[in-house]
Write a protein that binds this ligand. Structure first.
Ligand code: AQP
Length: 332
């Protein structure tokens, strides 16, 4: 089975991206069901909203160093940058020509992001983003895509586009299955725990960046918005802040939420937050150490060269097949 996933370099990776995505990739790379494992940097997705050139370059390289520092093993995983593999853009365009505007306008993420960018302009790319995401997945005959709840709708559209193409042009694409992680799949903002933690949030107190200074990380957790009650109890509806911190602690310590509720049944919020802060710091500190060794290394470039060559080889085979089926290009 082939496994593929990517993250946008639209900011510095957050604890949400780590718990919801990268930590799972690291576990799954050892799963013998996955005979081929691809993880990429979705830089073309990042430019659907305005990006500063220097910051984007920095975030692309930084994301690769974070992948490696978190434990992705380049002997098991092919790591590449999306824009270095031209077939993504080629198939993205072809899939745009098989999707419908209504389908794209229905996407929740489009509606949310379009609302945020009303003043600086909503790009066409923001609307057609799911066609490019479908191309990312379908190019590689991906069987299994790990997605957080927020990406589920996009994967459904990918399945629809694949089936539609297969019906019209003959069997071409594998229809991918979602892999939804359980607990910890969605980490919420520290300042508004009803909203997902996002790396592009304007308020830096809302998210924990994997590269934040450890003392700042602890401070952010200690000042996370909770409630006026005093019980450490998981209740997403009425206690979203405490529930979010319980989820974070559970993921960082591999302890079940119910065990944590029992452990902290007599604790104050301050004591509980102190432990969450220390657990997150313990998880992130070794990652930062490895990151600093990797960020300027030639090793990182070697990993990316190998990943680009492998992804190019696979994706060129698929795009040639697709172009042939659609009738594009030259043939006698
Ligand atoms: N808060 C989160 N909790 C759990 N998982 C999360 N992911 C993102 N935020 C959380 C997962 O991380 C992967 C990569 O996401 P992405 O960068 O491609 O896009 P995103 O979901 O839009 O992430 P951000 O951080 O919110 O980025 P911006 O701010 O640029 O929009 C996905 O698997 C996602 O589920």
């Amino acid at each position: 089975m082939r496994f593929l996933s990517g993250i946008q370099p639209s900011g510095t990776i957050t604890l949400g991206n780590y718990i919801g995505a990268i930590k799972n990739f690291v576990k799954l790379q050892d799963n013998p069901d996955f005979t081929d494992f691809l993880v990429f940097v979705a830089d073309m997705h990042a430019i659907t909203v305005p990006q500063d050139k220097q910051a984007l370059r920095k975030n692309i390289r930084s994301l690769v160093a974070i992948y490696l520092a978190c434990g992705l093993n380049p002997e098991k995983v092919h790591i590449f940058i999306q824009s270095e593999v031209p077939a993504h853009a080629q198939l993205g365009w072809i899939l745009q020509c098989t999707g419908y505007i209504g389908e794209l306008e229905r996407m929740t993420q489009y509606k949310d992001k379009a609302a945020k960018h009303q003043t600086d302009g909503v790009t066409v790319g923001l609307l057609t983003y799911p066609s490019l995401m479908a191309a990312d997945i379908l190019l590689y005959d991906t069987d299994c895509v790990p997605v957080g709840q927020d990406q589920k709708q996009h994967l459904e559209l990918t399945r629809t586009l694949a089936e539609r193409f297969n019906n019209k042009f003959g069997e071409t694409f594998v229809v991918p299955e979602p892999y939804i992680a359980g607990a910890g799949a969605k980490i919420m903002s520290l300042t508004d725990p009803t909203k997902k933690m996002s790396k592009s949030d304007e308020n830096p107190k809302a998210f924990i960046s994997i590269l934040d200074d450890i003392n700042i990380i602890k401070k952010k957790i200690k000042s996370a918005v909770t409630d006026s009650d005093t019980k450490v109890k998981f209740d997403k509806e009425n206690k979203p802040g405490i529930s979010n911190l319980l989820t974070i602690l559970s993921c960082c310590t591999n302890t079940s939420i119910s065990d944590l509720e029992e452990k902290y049944k007599d604790a104050t919020y301050a004591e509980f937050k102190e432990d969450v802060a220390n657990a997150v710091a313990a998880e992130i500190e070794p990652i930062q150490k490895k990151y600093n060794e990797l960020i300027n290394s030639d090793f990182l470039d070697k990993v990316l060269d190998e990943g680009r060559d492998y992804a190019t080889y696979l994706s060129n085979k698929k795009i040639n097949k697709v172009m042939n089926k659609v009738g594009l290009g030259r043939k006698r």
